[in-house]
Design a protein around this ligand. Structure first.
Ligand code: GUN
Length: 294
């Protein structure tokens, strides 16, 4: 079997067009241009690239992007003071603090400073907690898990009643995604580094999500024939033939798993572009809600 490719790049482009339209409408009806403030601390090369891409994507859909860069040695109090200033600004509708933070900062304290109505990344611990409370809608869902769900929904892949296995329990992807799948009535198992007989668990998955940050970790023998496989991993591996000296691969061995799965996301061009599209959508929603509050 050759799996159907779930093309995140094409879907994200369609969603960005929808958002562009929404931005125009908000401007025409209320005179408001959605604004996203990004806060980057230090110069982690991957973080620098992610923030650059997010800012560019904002501008491409007609939003304002406000970039703030602090040195790696900045104090936690300085970062929190900046977030509080941005929280009070009327032209900033969303605030994103790029992770990981330098080790001397407490991520929970920093992320808690983001007002819930501007937490477009969904990382304020209160927002994250609300994902697990039945019947309560969190103001914003984190962008990468939301991107995975959107990829399933817009490809008509049902979630309700299906067995989903999430590989990885990070606060950024695995944990919130497990809660979001549960809220959509999947039967969810979360695997991690201490899981025993991992392959026997992953082979139960009708929907398998890999978010562990290990290049090509998921091999064909770990996948149930016909499963839908979502690869969240973005790993750099050395490749002297590539102009940059490296290339990107996912957490899934694409070549062999695509022979077993019924559908699979590629890397690059799968979940990655969806993350940015969900950030733009959350920012537009934040601006719409704030315009209604007056
Ligand atoms: N670091 C890795 N992924 C993300 C993300 O989606 N948002 C932020 N803010 N930081 C990240």
């Amino acid at each position: 079997m050759k799996a159907r490719i779930l093309d995140g790049a094409a879907l994200a482009a369609r969603i960005r067009e929808e958002i562009k339209q929404g931005v125009k409408e908000l401007h025409a009806s209320r005179g408001i241009i959605p604004g996203l403030a990004t806060v980057l601390i230090g110069n982690n090369p991957a973080s620098v690239t992610y923030v650059r891409n997010k800012r560019k994507a904002c501008e491409e859909v007609g939003m304002r992007s406000f970039g703030y860069e602090l040195p790696a040695g900045a104090s936690e109090a300085e970062v929190i003071a900046l977030i509080e200033t941005l929280g009070a600004r009327a032209d900033v509708h969303g605030i994103l603090v790029q992770l990981p933070l330098p080790p001397h900062m407490d991520a929970d304290r920093v992320l808690s400073a983001i007002p819930l109505h501007k937490d477009v990344d969904g990382f304020n611990p209160i927002n994250l907690g609300m994902l697990g409370v039945k019947g309560k809608q969190a103001p914003f869902a984190p962008c990468t898990p939301q991107g995975c769900i959107e990829l399933l929904l817009r490809n008509d892949i049902p979630i309700c009643g299906r067995r989903a296995v999430v590989l990885g329990r990070s606060a950024v992807v695995g944990l919130p995604l497990a809660l979001m799948l549960l809220a959509r009535d999947a039967t969810v198992t979360v695997c991690h580094s201490r899981t025993t007989n991992l392959a026997s668990v992953t082979r139960e998955a009708e929907i398998l999500i890999a978010a562990i940050g290990k290049p090509r970790f998921v091999t064909a023998d770990m996948v149930r024939p016909g499963a839908v496989v979502i690869d969240v991993g973005i790993n750099r591996i050395e490749d002297p033939k590539h102009p940059k000296g490296y290339r990107l691969v996912g957490d899934v061995d694409f070549d062999e798993v695509s022979e077993v799965a019924s559908a699979i996301t590629p890397v690059p061009g799968g979940v990655g572009p969806m993350t940015v599209a969900m950030l733009l959508r959350n920012t537009l929603i934040a601006a719409q809600r704030q315009s209604e509050r007056g």
